[in-house]
Ligand binder design. Sequence first.
Ligand code: CA
Ligand code: CA
Length: 160
Amino acid sequence: MNSNFNISLFLLAAIACLSEGCCPERFMQVGDRCYYYNSDRVDWHDARNACNRLGAHLVSIHNWDDSREVFDLWKSLADESHTNDRTYWIGLHDLQTENFFQWSDGTRMDYSLWYPGEPNNAEGEDCVAPYNHGSNDFDRQKWHDHGCELRKPYFCRRSA
Ligand SMILES: [Ca+2]
Ligand SMILES: [Ca+2]
């Protein structure tokens, strides 16, 4: 098989992907990423497992752009009138070693957006969720460690 033929096959696949979408059903595509938001409120472990069953992970956030991307999706999907929905699980946790936070997708923690005074491990909180204080503006959406047993909507992500 010559290389031109291989390149043609690759381009055909890429075009099909662009026109039909590369993400599995129920996922939303943003660039080369696929997101899945579920407003059913579950504890952090159930959220992580639900993402894994979809071939995905709870989202990890590595910079301002990631944070903005997740926030914009959340804003477009969440029922903001429900106070309980103004927060959702992401993949960050310190379940293994207290105050050593890790992402459930195995990526390195290289960025954070903690609310002042957080993480505070109040009564042994080990799972992280953005939480909006008073308004749903992006600037107010800061991270808190919360009890992993709390039930929240969640965001999964996988590659397209
Ligand atoms: Ca903790
Ligand atoms: Ca806390």
